[in-house]
Design a protein around this ligand. Structure first.
Ligand code: ATP
Length: 679
């Protein structure tokens, strides 16, 4: 069964020392193996050894943000993929699967068993389902999320007043985007469809609508029009949320701007529709945590299935950042009658924690798995007919024999922000499609918006890095000079600081957040823009690393240390320094620096933490010689996310090889959610 020079227990210890697994992985495996031994001592020692190894592999897999361990993917000759294999599994994958299903600690769900007894029968710590091994908790998350999404997707709002259809036509006058045929990744004939209108009709008629698309494809515009349409029909309690405070603030801003645009667009139709109901479209967004109601020092929320949220419609923006456990909590707390709209970019980095929920939801729209740029809407025949009637677009070409949850999905492909011939949009699209030759072509095309800095490492330093630091000093100069002026408004200073950001692929190391922050700090000090003699100095940007519900600060919130001029004027004393944060409602939250929860300097931040934010100019830093472990983290989703944070200018410090390698590597998250949704 297992060939190993030493016991698996000893092997796990050596893997832990080599950092191939974490102490948690080893302890998890040992505890479960102990449970297994106590529960049913019927297996022989070889089985126990195998069980111990499989548990360690599962825990390791979960720590890599997968939600399960597909047995077929275990490398039998070298299960931990060490440099030299120290153990082997000597049976086939099929034999391994059969053996695991007999272990008392591993439950096997029966398709025909009703839900209640299914839960009872699978109260084992592990579950083997469809060839993948799950931790019971993750199995429950995954199956329940899939069940709830499928249930919501099936539910259709019947009947639609004629007036609604007329309003829909006013909101979306048929006006295909200029150059759509060349800009849209859809085949030419498809680019004449108004997918924003189709998405609105979908969200109006379905309990679940998932509206996905890259930056500037009109997700917020669409949802604003939809909410306007809804508020014409009924008095609904609508809530807007996003996973982070920053993303929530951005959603609020976008909805506000979108309402202003819509108001002027609708002005000529004031005799036909009630434009005033636009004021009933909410603007304030909160974080998911706040919506669900945090209980201090508890992983539970105040709202759950027995105390559901009080709302009729929930809009979740930046849904790609929502991990599987959080999506489970959210869906559990959704009242039975409520509608759910998920907005997000399926191509962005997956959530920091387990799962890739949005990507799994959209997986069925990939027309050809080998060509990632090819997407194809897939509707059931009856729903395609209904949507065609509602929107005036013939959707018969998008009917699928196995539509899964396709009726609830709509993908917006045309970016109104990046013009088709603009560098940032071109680069983002080439990276997203892992198109190696196109990527190089775009970099060599001399776009003003794109700037490449090659690492030039010599014994005396790295000229590339020096160039980046010089660029950073010039970008950060304006806000730091404003920070020195007591008359400056903190809101303006923060806005100016937010014009530019350095995004690093890694946290640690010379080219990670730690090294780059230090480099920028030294360069700014040399330029006499900051005086970092003390821990807190005027102009120091800070990023919060943990949630502090009492202070109202959350992981990822970014603020600036600035003199508190209001306090100075009130007390006529020397100005004291306070950390200033812009809140979701646009107001400033001031916190004494000493009271800040764990935090870091933020001249540079990780690409992961930048999700949900946008900056006028972005500089991405890639490591010079990434280690094997770092290479795994360098994916096209990471590069795409960094590029699409930039509105007007994108710089990259890196080497051509590393940029290419990253752009060709897609994130792989093992999960059964896509299969469950698209059966
Ligand atoms: N159908 C359209 N025609 C013309 N301009 C549009 C259309 N839809 C959206 N826009 C414009 O494109 C810009 C981006 O739209 P919007 O903010 O709705 O996109 P988004 O997908 O929500 O972007 P992000 O993902 O960055 O939040 C806005 O300026 C908006 O006015």
């Amino acid at each position: 069964m297992i060939q190993s020079k030493q016991s698996i227990k000893a092997l796990l210890k050596s893997w832990e020392i080599e950092r191939l697994i974490t102490p948690l992985d080893r302890h998890f495996a040992l505890e479960l193996a102990e449970f297994h031994r106590q529960q049913l001592d019927q297996h022989n020692e070889s089985h126990n050894e195998l069980f111990l190894l499989i548990c360690a592999l599962l825990s390791h897999q979960l720590s890599q943000q997968h939600t399960c361990l597909p047995i077929e993917q275990i490398s039998l000759d070298n299960p931990m993929n060490e440099q030299t294999a120290q153990c082997k599994i000597t049976c086939s994958h099929a034999e391994l699967m059969a053996l695991l299903s007999q272990f008392s600690a591993i439950g096997v769900p029966q398709d025909s068993v009703p839900q209640d007894s299914l839960q009872e029968s699978s109260s084992t710590p592990l579950v083997l389902d469809q060839g993948s091994l799950y931790l019971q908790r993750y199995y429950q998350f995954e199956t329940q999320v899939a069940d709830k999404l499928r249930y919501l997707a099936q539910d259709e709002v019947q009947g639609l007043p004629t007036a609604t259809q007329e309003t829909l036509n006013i909101l979306f006058p048929h006006n295909p985007p200029k150059n759509a045929a060349t800009e849209s990744p859809f085949p030419k004939h498809e680019s004449v469809y108004d997918w924003q209108k189709i998405a609105t009709a979908t969200a109006f008629t379905k309990r679940l609508a998932v509206i996905t698309g890259g930056p500037g494809t009109g997700k917020t515009t669409t949802v604003t029009k939809l909410l306007f349409l809804m508020t014409q029909e009924a008095d609904l309690t609508i809530k807007l949320v996003a996973p982070t405070g920053k993303a929530a603030a951005r959603l609020s801003e976008s909805i506000k701007a979108s309402k202003v645009r819509l108001k002027s667009e609708l002005a000529p139709f004031a005799d036909k529709i009630d434009i005033n109901s636009l004021s009933r479209v909410p603007e304030e967004a909160s974080t998911l945590h706040r919506l669900l109601g945090v209980i201090p020092n508890s992983p539970q929320f105040r709202h759950h299935k027995d105390n559901p949220l009080r709302l009729d419609l929930l809009v979740v923006d930046e849904a790609s950042m929502v991990d599987l456990p959080m999506m489970h909590k959210l869906l559990s707390a959704l009242p039975s009658h409520a509608r759910l709209i998920l907005l997000g970019d399926q191509d962005q980095l997956a959530s920091v924690e387990a799962g890739a929920v949005l990507a799994d939801i959209c997986a069925g729209l990939k027309a050809d798995k080998s060509q990632s740029e090819k997407w194809q809407m897939c509707y059931s025949a009856p729903y395609a007919k209904r949507l065609s009637q509602l929107t005036g677009h013939d959707l018969s070409g998008f009917i699928s024999a196995s539509p899964g949850i396709g009726d609830s999905l709509c993908m917006l492909m045309h970016s109104h922000r990046f013009k088709g011939d603009a560098g940032i949009g071109q680069l983002a699209s080439a990276v997203n499609n892992s198109d190696k030759s196109r990527i190089m072509q775009v970099w060599q095309s001399g776009y003003d918006e794109l700037y490449w800095i090659e690492h030039q490492k010599t014994s005396t330093g790295n000229a590339g890095l020096e160039q980046l630091l010089t660029q950073s000093v010039s970008h950060y100069r304006a806000y730091l000079e404003m920070a020195k002026d007591p008359q400056s408004d903190p809101l303006d200073i923060i806005e100016c600081y937010n014009e530019f950001r350095i995004l690093c692929a890694m946290r640690a190391g010379e080219y990670g957040v730690d090294g780059i922050n230090q480099g920028v700090k030294d360069a700014l000090k040399q330029a006499k823009l900051i005086s970092p003699e003390h821990e807190f100095y005027p102009g120091r940007p800070v990023i919060i690393q943990s949630n502090d519900y009492n202070l109202g600060l959350f992981n990822g919130d970014i603020g600036l240390i600035l003199p508190d001029s209001a306090h100075q004027q009130a007390t006529h004393t020397a100005p004291r320094l306070m950390a200033h944060f812009i809140q979701a409602d646009g107001s400033i939250l001031k916190v004494l620096p000493a009271r800040l929860p764990s935090h870091d300097t933020c001249f540079a931040m990780t690409v992961h933490k930048s999700q949900g934010s946008e900056f006028s100019k972005v500089a991405m830093v890639l490591p010079l010689w990434p280690s094997q472990a770092q290479k795994q983290l360098l994916t096209k989703e990471l590069v795409y996310t960094a590029i699409t944070r930039a509105k007007h200018h994108f710089t990259c410090l890196g080497s051509q090889t590393v940029f290419e390698q990253a752009s060709l590597q897609a994130t792989k998250r093992s999960s059964g959610l896509a299969r469950r949704l698209w059966l």
